[in-house]
Ligand binder design. Structure first.
Ligand code: SAH
Ligand code: SF4
Length: 417
């Protein structure tokens, strides 16, 4: 198994867009740009897409399209609400804008969504969407309805640079990072599907179908930091989709140098893929541990609640039969995290074809949970959701690849692929 890659090298293989001008700007225009507002690549042959833009990008785009400087702040505010609060995609519906200005916008911009390839609905109501993004790449997005909430599991990369040995996504090489717009687009697409945009004039229903976002789909979010941060800022913006930062959870395998940044620049809830209580075992399960070991990870986690003003950290712990599930592991886990406000989320291993592990038996998981509970920590066991459509944690590669192979293969050939 390879050692974890250097963060600086994580951009390798990433589709680095050679765009240097604000969206919609003539290429000769003077450019002001910092790493936080790198304009997105224009859709090939198409117009820039307002859906997915940050406020800075939208402002720059409206200016470049001819909006007078004196009006651009107000126009950005109006467009922001149409796009992100009302979910409107038709410029003609933007009734507080003059007809001429609507025509100008329609001539310069699209309001789009990532392309939906397939949608599967599990017997338990879980919805899995296969979404196509620029370059023909595909990512999966999973919506999990529960009694008191609806959680959307979004992807941040196509594939993953890391190679956690129990994770199916980890067997797929990193293809590219998603842009902020592509991450926001996943949320907007699912709000479309759930019919969740407010209706003008109707009383606002505060019980949301899509009430929580977890960055637990494909990819390591902290290796695509700027895009994830910008996307979450759009999703959290109070004049748009307006999900509270407490309803967003970012899961990391342990990219230690980015954890403090996540606290101060995003401020959402943090989950960490802990999965082992000794460096020897974690080196194998989560190979990034060879770069930043358990002690380094715990040191970064201790600071997170204070820096982000959040309550506690979720420790994710996948239950692998005979590997990390002993009573001794449970006791060591409790000792290690002492002093960190925490919840421990036990995840029964979700098997995938060719996986080198088995799920711990039910009574082993219960005994492990009991030790943690008696030490004073909440220790919910995550119920696998959407297993019948391969939508559960760590299964998010196979269906994509199967679908791609089935489409690529001549009829009758798919089984041999
Ligand atoms: N890359 C990030 C987020 C995506 S994975 C991370 O590693 O944290 C979301 C969670 O699912 C992680 O805790 C991951 O370790 C876990 N996971 C991956 N494969 C799994 C599998 N086959 N069964 C159960 N959980 C799995
Ligand atoms: Fe990547 Fe997370 Fe899977 Fe590890 S568990 S390979 S970091 S997606």
């Amino acid at each position: 198994m390879n050692a974890a890659p250097d963060p600086a090298a994580s951009a390798q293989g990433v589709d680095a867009a050679p765009v240097t001008a604000p969206l919609g700007a003539p290429l000769s225009a003077p450019v002001t740009q910092d790493v936080h507002t790198i304009p997105r690549r224009l859709p090939e042959g198409g117009r820039p897409d307002l859906a997915g833009m940050t406020r800075d990008e939208m402002r720059a785009a409206l200016l470049a399209a001819g909006t007078p400087e004196a009006q651009v702040k107000m126009r950005t505010g109006q467009l922001w609400q149409w796009v992100y609060h009302w979910g409107v995609r038709d410029f003609d519906a933007m009734t507080n804008l003059a007809r001429d200005y609507r025509a100008l916008l329609a001539a310069h911009f699209d309001i789009g969504r990532p392309e939906l390839v397939t949608r599967q609905i599990s017997a338990d109501g879980t919805r899995k969407y296969l979404v196509r993004i620029a370059g023909g790449h595909e990512v999966e997005v999973v919506y999990i309805p529960e009694e008191d909430r609806g959680t959307l599991c979004v992807s941040s990369q196509v594939g993953c640079t890391l190679t956690c040995s129990f994770c199916h996504t980890g067997t797929q090489k990193l293809v590219r990072n998603l842009t902020a717009a592509e991450i926001v687009g996943q949320v907007m697409l699912v709000r479309d599907d759930l019919g969740e945009w407010p209706v003008p004039g109707a009383p606002r229903d505060e019980t949301r179908l899509l009430s929580n976002v977890v960055l637990m789909g494909m990819g390591e979010p902290l290796y695509n930091f700027e895009a994830v941060r910008d996307a979450m800022r759009v999703v959290m913006d109070g004049e748009g989709i307006a999900l509270s930062r407490r309803r967003i959870t970012l899961s990391t395998s342990g990219v230690v140098p980015e954890i403090a940044r996540a606290a101060t620049e995003i401020g959402c809830h943090l989950a960490v893929s802990f999965h082992a209580t000794t460096d020897a075992v974690r080196d194998v399960l989560v190979p990034i541990n060879r770069k930043w070991n358990i002690a380094a990870l715990l040191a970064a986690l201790r600071d997170y609640p204070r820096l982000s003003n959040s309550e506690r950290i979720t420790f994710e712990y996948v239950m692998l039969d005979g590997v990390n599930d002993s009573d001794e592991d449970a006791r060591r886990l409790v000792r290690l995290i002492r002093g960190i406000p925490a919840k421990i989320n036990l995840i029964p291993f979700n098997e995938w074809p060719g996986a080198p592990y088995r799920r711990s038996p039910r009574d082993r998981i219960a005994a492990f949970a009991d030790i943690i509970y008696k030490a004073g920590y909440a220790s919910p066991v995550r119920t696998p959701r959407g297993e019948d459509i391969m939508a559960a944690c760590g299964q998010l590669k196979s269906a994509t690849e199967r679908a791609r192979r089935a489409r690529a293969a001549p009829q009758g050939d798919a089984a041999g692929a």
